[in-house]
Design a protein around this ligand. Structure first.
Ligand code: ZN
Length: 145
């Protein structure tokens, strides 16, 4: 059985990352940008925009500005996946709601269970009939309320 504290920590982490992605998904409707780097004769772009994360590999071309850049756009969002391939470049767009949804499913999966009376506070083991001072499942000290 997974430790309660670890579950609670994973729950908070998944919720926080999902909220961050939702904020980025909404915010990237107005602001778009990313990082452009040169890898050999190719250019790799990691970007955010229109509610999507973008991964582009292409030949060095018009987008010569390497490094970070940000632009403000008229708000627009695209909500679906897109993969585009031309002889010059490959582009993959991932809507940010997709990983956010994945994280929310994970959060639900590890959601902290309500602490029920007569169960170990650490691992949730049912302590009915246990007279010992330590939880037989995880060894935590039992506090008899
Ligand atoms: Zn226990």
């Amino acid at each position: 059985m997974m430790n309660r504290y670890k579950r609670a920590w994973l729950f908070r982490l998944a919720i926080s990352l999902a909220l961050l992605l939702i904020v980025l998904a909404v915010g990237s409707g107005w602001y778009s940008g990313g990082y452009v780097m040169q890898t050999g004769s190719r250019v790799t772009i990691l970007g955010l925009g229109n509610g999507q994360g973008a991964f582009v590999i292409g030949e060095q071309g018009a987008q010569a500005a390497l490094g970070w850049s940000w632009h403000r756009y008229d708000p627009s969002w695209r909500w679906w996946f897109s993969i585009a391939k031309t002889p010059q470049s490959s582009q993959m767009l991932i809507p940010l709601w997709a990983p956010a949804l994945g994280l929310l499913v994970q959060a639900w999966w590890v959601r902290p269970k309500r602490l029920s009376k007569g169960h170990c506070v650490k691992c949730g083991y049912a302590l009915a009939g246990v007279a010992a001072e330590l939880c037989p499942e995880c060894g935590a000290t039992i506090t008899h309320a």
